[in-house]
Each structure stands twice: as structure tokens, then as C-alpha cells.
Design a protein around this ligand. Structure first.
Ligand SMILES: C[S@@+](CC[C@H](N)C(=O)[O-])C[C@H]1O[C@@H](n2cnc3c(N)ncnc32)[C@H](O)[C@@H]1O
Ligand SMILES: [Zn+2]
Length: 384
């Protein structure tokens, strides 16, 4: 975690604390005024809660013990056991022994799942002839699918990131200064790279340790063990093709990524021009909270950007249906209504934007995402 990020944070437990102090930092590198803390502990003065920084990743969650035990797969690939806080270490080591190889898509600490997002966030079709991974979507040892090839060529570079890039660059143009942007559920952090020329600051938050470590590696040159690999033919293993993604070394102190939980967000309110949450609302236990959260983070008149293919779990959809007016019967209208109720005015939207998700040389998923940009009221909150 960069020292300058501290001023953006608050305690995820008592919230009232604006004063997280750093104790026992170690392995600091950088200049005198901006440095990256690889190991240390953030301590909340009022409630005395302690939050570890492990390999540069600040873990700002309400229940640190539960987090370390349930994210052991991602953490143990990067963090030496000796750096796990003593009070949790024996349970953590036990959890390590129980790690399983899973074939499910939901495991956001798994290498394969991160690899899928890595492709989605960082690999492009137009630029891929130049370079390090030519035609990465085609199998290397046989003819690929002509249909997959034409879909990838037509749609891959035209997904949500490109549209958001246009919007954020317009916002920058209108304000004539860089945009302060916070991203909730940032995954492996590729949106930052796409938007960086329009930004004056960026903070990404996600609950996956493996994803945040990757973000920090690619954007800040943070430590990362192992090679970056993507799937090709699963006979060769879940991720068999190495890719070289250029590592940036952002020198300023105004870009960072932290582990946090959207249900107990460790961030100060009212600091950002734009808050973005892509493909995340349907993963939350209480989706109604997302627009409220985005609103809280924004300055007056700030902009929320939201997208999703709305793959609701039925128990969440059931709860949501109970809250909606009878005339609203689709996911897109429901989520627009939630944002309006939280005091936003919809300014731009696309009802169906194709978003391709490459799984391997014989599997390509097509999502149709609803993407919109909404503005927070300039004056007081409108909803009750
Ligand atoms: C479907 S992925 C989308 C990632 C990225 N925004 C994108 O569009 O490619 C959802 C992301 O939200 C994160 N996430 C899910 N629930 C979360 C929570 N309660 N707090 C923080 N992050 C969460 C996941 O770890 C994952 O990276
Ligand atoms: Zn506290």
C-alpha cells in the first residue's frame, strides 16, 4: 500500500475512525515522500482493530481472521507463511493444507479465474499483431474456430472498457482537470490502464487478494511471483500459454489498489468525481446498497458508472423483487430505479453492449451488459 493512500481510508469496523496509523512498517521502497509499504499493520485508533499489509496488499476487512482463512489460496501463493500475523498463523496453516483444486468459476483466488479476467482486461485484438501475444485467442497447434475468430475480431475491443474510456475522457475534457476515480470490485485492474490518461487519481477495491496483487504488480511494479499465463487447450492444463503484459511503474502516489469488502467499505466519503462498479452488483448480498455506496463516495454532482449482465442468485432476486414497484419487471429497469432512488439522474445508457469472455480456444461466452452513467444531485440527497 502506498503511504499516500492512507488519507483515503477509514476503519471497516467502526467507520467513524478517520485515523488509521501505521505500526511496524517494513521493506519500504521509493522516495522520501511516497513509498510503498510491503509489510506492516494499520491500526484504528478508536477501536484498536488491526489490519495487515501483506506483500503490499492492505487487507481492510471487518473480520481479518475469516478473510485470511477463506482467501488462503490466493494469499499463500504470494505471502511467506512467516508474514501471516501470529494470532492467525496456526489456523491459516491448517487452512492451507485443505486447499482444493476447484473447477468452479466463482473462485476468485484461483489462477484460472484470474487468468480469464487478465485476458479480458489487458489483451487486445487490434494491438495483438505487434507483439508479445499475437492472436492469443487462436490455438497454437491446430486450426481455430472461424466463428470464434470473427466474433473476437469484431467485438473484443468494443466492450464496456472502451465505452467508459470515451465517457471518462469527455468528463476530463469538460472539467479540464484529471478525474479522481474509485472502482468497486476492480478485479485485476485493467480499467485503470485504459483510463489512466484521463485520471488524476485512482483507487481500486476488490475482495480478491490474488486480483489485487496482480493489479499492484501490473500498475505499480509491485511484487508478483510466477509467470502470467492464460488458457489455451485445457488438455495442456488450466493455464498453459504464457503472456507478457508490460508492467507499469506508476511513480506518483495517487494510484493504488486495496483489499476491501463492499459490504463494509474502508473508504472515506465524498472524495471522488467518478465511482465505477462493473459486473459486481449481482455478486452482492444486498444490491440495493451499491448505488448508496457509490453516492456516498462521490462529491456532489459526481458520476456513477455501473454495468452488469445481472446473473442474480435466486435468493437475491427474490429479495429485490419485493422492493420493486409493480410496474418494474426487468433487471435493467430495476437497477436504474435503484440508482434513481439513491438520488442519481441517468445521463447515458446502453441497454445491450456485447461483452465477450474468452474461456479457452473452444469456449467463448457472450454477455449482453447493461451499462449506464448517472449523476449524483448537486445539492442534498433526493431519496428518503
Ligand atoms: C464479475 S467480477 C468483475 C470484475 C471487473 N469489475 C470486471 O468487470 O471485469 C466481480 C468482482 O467483484 C469482486 N467482489 C465480489 N463481491 C465483492 C465484495 N463483497 N467486496 C469487494 N469485491 C467483491 C470479485 O472479487 C470480482 O473481482
Ligand atoms: Zn475502528
Amino acid at each position: 500500500m502506498l503511504n499516500q493512500t492512507l488519507s483515503r481510508l477509514r476503519c471497516p469496523r467502526c467507520k467513524r475512525s478517520l485515523n488509521l496509523e501505521l505500526k511496524n512498517p517494513s521493506q519500504i521502497r521509493g522516495s522520501d515522500s511516497i513509498f510503498d509499504i510491503r509489510y506492516g499493520t494499520l491500526i484504528c485508533a478508536p477501536c484498536r482493530a488491526r489490519f495487515p499489509i501483506l506483500e503490499g496488499v492492505a487487507v481492510l476487512v471487518k473480520d481479518v481472521r475469516f478473510y485470511l482463512l477463506s482467501h488462503v489460496k490466493g494469499i499463500s501463493k504470494l505471502v511467506p507463511d512467516s508474514e501471516i500475523p501470529k494470532e492467525y498463523r496456526s489456523e491459516y496453516l491448517q487452512a492451507q493444507e485443505e486447499i482444493q483444486e476447484e473447477h468452479i468459476e466463482e473462485d476468485l483466488e484461483a489462477e484460472r479465474v484470474n487468468a480469464l479476467y487478465l485476458m479480458n482486461h489487458y489483451l487486445r485484438v487490434q494491438k495483438s499483431s505487434d507483439d508479445l501475444h499475437p492472436s492469443w485467442w487462436k490455438p497454437s497447434k491446430e486450426e481455430g474456430s472461424p466463428l470464434m475468430d470473427s466474433l473476437v475480431r469484431e467485438y473484443w475491443d468494443q466492450g464496456p472498457f472502451s465505452q467508459i474510456e470515451r465517457w471518462v475522457s469527455q468528463l476530463k475534457g469538460a472539467s479540464r482537470k484529471g478525474v479522481d476515480l474509485v472502482e468497486l470490485g476492480c478485479g485485476v485492474g485493467g480499467l485503470y490502464r485504459q483510463l489512466q490518461s484521463s485520471l488524476s487519481s485512482y483507487l481500486g477495491v476488490d475482495s480478491s487478494f490474488a486480483s489485487i496483487a496482480l493489479c499492484r504488480h501490473l500498475a505499480l511494479g509491485g511484487p508478483y511471483r510466477g509467470t502470467l499465463r492464460i488458457p489455451e487447450d485445457l488438455l495442456q492444463g488450466p493455464v498453459s500459454r504464457e503472456v507478457k503484459i508490460p508492467v507499469h511503474q506508476c511513480k506518483g502516489g495517487d494510484v493504488d489498489f486495496i483489499v476491501g469488502d463492499l459490504e463494509n467499505l474502508p473508504l472515506q466519503s465524498g472524495q471522488w468525481d467518478v465511482s465505477v462498479a462493473l459486473n459486481t452488483i449481482d455478486m452482492l448480498n444486498d444490491p440495493i446498497k451499491l448505488p448508496q455506496l457509490q453516492s456516498e463516495l462521490l462529491k456532489k454532482g459526481g458520476i456513477a458508472i455501473q454495468s452488469c449482465p445481472y446473473i442474480w442468485h435466486e435468493s437475491i432476486a427474490r429479495k429485490l423483487r419485493k422492493k420493486l414497484p409493480s410496474e418494474i419487471s426487468t433487471s435493467a429497469r430495476a437497477v436504474e430505479w435503484l440508482y434513481q432512488k439513491a438520488g442519481f439522474q441517468l445521463k447515458e445508457k446502453l441497454d445491450h453492449l456485447p461483452w465477450l469472455f474468452f474461456k479457452h480456444a473452444r469456449q467463448l461466452e457472450i454477455y449482453s451488459v447493461h451499462l449506464f452513467l448517472a449523476q449524483k444531485a448537486m445539492t442534498r440527497k433526493l431519496s428518503n
